[in-house]
Design a protein around this ligand. Sequence first.
Ligand SMILES: NC(=O)C1=CN([C@@H]2O[C@H](COP(=O)(O)OP(=O)(O)OC[C@H]3O[C@@H](n4cnc5c(N)ncnc54)[C@H](O)[C@@H]3O)[C@@H](O)[C@H]2O)[C@@H](O)CC1
Ligand SMILES: Nc1ncnc2c1ncn2[C@@H]1O[C@H](COP(=O)(O)OP(=O)(O)O)[C@@H](O)[C@H]1O
Ligand SMILES: [K+]
Length: 567
Amino acid sequence: MTEILTAAQMRAIELAAIESGEVTGLELMERAGRGVVDAIFDAWPDFKTARGPAPEPPKYFWQDEDAYKAIVLCGPGNNGGDGFVVARLLRDAGWVVEVFLYGDAGQLPPDAKTNYQRWSEIGAIRAFADISEEILNGASLTIDAIFGTGLTRPLPDEIGNVLQFVSVQANSRSKVRPPIVAVDVPSGIDADSGRPISHSVIENDEGYYTPALTVTFGAAKVGHFLDTCTSDYSCNSVSDRRGPSLVVKPIGVEHRIEVAAGNSRIVDLFEPDKARHIDLLGRSSVGLNLLFLSKDRGGHKFSHGHALVLTGGFGKTGAARLAARGALRVGAGLVTLGVPPNAQMEVASQIAGLMMTRVQGGEALAETLTDARLNAVCVGPGFGHERARALVPVVLSNKRATVLDADALSAFANAPEELFETLHENCILTPHKGEFARLFPDLANRLAEVPTRGPAYSKVDATREAAARAGCVVLFKGPDTVIAAPDGKCSINSAHYERSAPWLATAGSGDVLAGFITGLLARGFSAMDAAETGAWLHVECAIAFGPGLIAEDLPEILPKVFCELGL
Ligand SMILES: NC(=O)C1=CN([C@@H]2O[C@H](COP(=O)(O)OP(=O)(O)OC[C@H]3O[C@@H](n4cnc5c(N)ncnc54)[C@H](O)[C@@H]3O)[C@@H](O)[C@H]2O)[C@@H](O)CC1
Ligand SMILES: Nc1ncnc2c1ncn2[C@@H]1O[C@H](COP(=O)(O)OP(=O)(O)O)[C@@H](O)[C@H]1O
Ligand SMILES: [K+]
């Protein structure tokens, strides 16, 4: 897992590094600017072959029109300071650079002012009011260094209009489109929640302003993986095929991030109410207990657990069968489908490797659960509300490790408290957005409000509150799946940037996820570990399969994923 930081945490780390004397703010800014330029050249190698270092005027040996041109948009804080560094370094690399400043140069913070002055000695700085369509159109790149982690309020129209123009231009399929590179965070987006503080201004037909490349420093920010910060865009650039990229550039404070993350005594570096960490389940599986996915050589099927997946009635068993297949593939020793009599024929003809038992009502279920070897239960996929209202309490009173999905959640929309009272710490709720809103309407409403101030209420905040209220792990699905435990432990399973998995948006993929998690519970994973590992594997399966994925493919590609993990 990788540490991701809130804006307040990043500020505290940076401040501690400066106060200790190990680095100056100016040096950090230089490293940040250098990181942006390096990332640009990595993303677009052609840009690197500008025509050598800029010669001193007036002896240009190439015409300006042959050189690459960057528009650098600088804001009134240190993000703008980074922009001046980027402008200088691009110019050193032979680019023509036009710099625009929003705000009063006299009010810039000290390091930004120093870099403003350095740039002033070699280039012009104009006001945002001078930006025209013609200027923006002629660029190879637009650098957005307007606001970073310091954004606190809605964008002024002057900025919003420019961003709207460059984003519409970058999203347009019919024009020459200079890609946008965001310094640290796309301006207008809150670094903690990934949500736009200025909602209306930068909205356009094709979504929010999404840069081709975002370059951030030290560690990614939480908001990079949430909400609109991760929305897709189309751009006729190198990034076209691979979607938007996020690059984290080291600036020499990484050891502090590691120490702060790993040592609770240093946690007061972070704001007290933000002290709890958020982990990122990203491309690397570091930190996940994947070793436990191996099966010990001497084991037998019962030593890997026995999962019970309850199905709905006739014609409604497909979802539970998908979940059961997922549980089996992820390594549960045995998986039994609990089927009402009217669906027995349907299920019997369509399962291989799975077992079946008859479960009509609460009594039959209680009887089934007297078998202590059934150590994990999945309830909800294709289940029906009535059956859920009758059977969920029985499942929960038997205190098995339990995944509640789909109808097992929606059935309690009118009485969520009734459900919460019976949940226990070995439960996992796996709602998508609609199911989340049914169980936690107040939290969903808060999340739906347009934020007018930063830091904004985020999906991380909502999921943590939900887990605390429910008293169990909550896995809030989406491209930005957030998993939280009642004690505040939290992670984001990212399906973005190099890990994007849009083909997961297919009917039944959530059922397979519920099955993966149930299988892991059966194998003895704790609720949080099972949720994190299951969600991580789910995205890995989608990536391994690629386009054309349907839910049935997910369990079947799991052996390949396991194989690549070296199990
Ligand atoms: N934290 C770090 O480790 C580093 C930070 N650096 C840069 O510094 C940035 C943070 O700098 P700052 O804290 O100065 O913040 P910003 O540069 O993001 O912006 C803060 C300034 O903008 C104003 N402001 C905020 N929202 C506004 C709005 N909607 N309209 C008008 N004005 C608004 C604030 O009052 C303040 O003056 C980072 O994003 C990063 O780019 C880098 O220079 C080096 C390392
Ligand atoms: N665009 C996307 N990118 C990555 N994962 C996605 C995307 N859309 C949905 N998912 C994932 O796919 C699954 C869909 O689950 P769910 O909404 O319950 O669908 P269903 O009920 O059809 O199974 C969830 O795990 C969700 O996180
Ligand atoms: K920015």
